[in-house]
Write a protein that binds this ligand. Structure first.
Ligand code: ADP
Length: 174
């Protein structure tokens, strides 16, 4: 049974087994969540990301996929990097956004992580409307078969928290 929880806060401060990074394909750092994770987590995370670029992900990590590294100095044990789709008004990329959550939970299962904190992937620089992103995130977390016992959505401001709370209350039956 997976518990879905919502908190207002900073993903880098979460004491969970794994925190999810809203990364970009390069895996070499960026702004928003990505910048905060590398800043607080220290250089070991970037070192492992560089190794991944030199091996499995020579062309970068495609949108919708996920891969784990150490969490360096963060309270978590692992960082699971996933790349959200950039929002498009003309092309429906919802399946790719859902895939970020599913793929991250699959990686969490492979690691044996039981508690996982997610940011609202794609809702920052990638401009996905919050209400829709919240609905996709929550539906996918609820419907994914996983051994993770807590999926914690960490919302950075009240507006994001309210969007997730409304979406959670309005979630259609499974
Ligand atoms: P993306 O490129 O996938 O849009 P961003 O990192 O730009 O990713 O933003 C994703 C969401 O995470 C946004 O809603 C943003 O406000 C939020 N955010 C930014 N910094 C943090 C943080 N330290 N902890 C949790 N959420 C954050």
């Amino acid at each position: 049974m997976t518990n879905i929880t919502l908190v207002l806060g900073d993903i880098t401060e979460q004491s969970v087994d794994a925190v999810v990074n809203a990364a970009n394909s390069s895996l070499l750092g960026g702004g928003g969540v990505d910048g905060a994770i590398h800043r607080r987590g220290g250089p070991d995370i970037l070192d492992e990301c560089r190794d991944l670029r030199g091996s499995r992900y020579g062309k970068g990590l495609p949108a919708g996929q996920a891969v784990a590294t150490t969490a360096g100095r963060l309270p978590a044990r692992w960082v699971i990097h996933t790349v959200g789709p950039v929002f498009s008004a003309t092309e429906d990329r919802s399946a790719t956004l859902a895939s970020c959550y599913r793929a991250s939970l699959r990686v969490a299962d492979e690691l044996g992580a039981r508690t996982v904190a997610f940011p609202a992937v794609s809702t920052g620089v990638y401009r996905w409307p919050l209400d829709d992103a919240a609905r996709i995130a929550l539906t996918t977390a609820r419907d994914t078969d996983t051994s993770v016992t807590e999926v914690r959505f960490v919302l950075f401001d009240q507006r994001a928290y309210d969007a997730f709370e409304t979406a959670l209350n309005e979630l259609p039956p499974a």
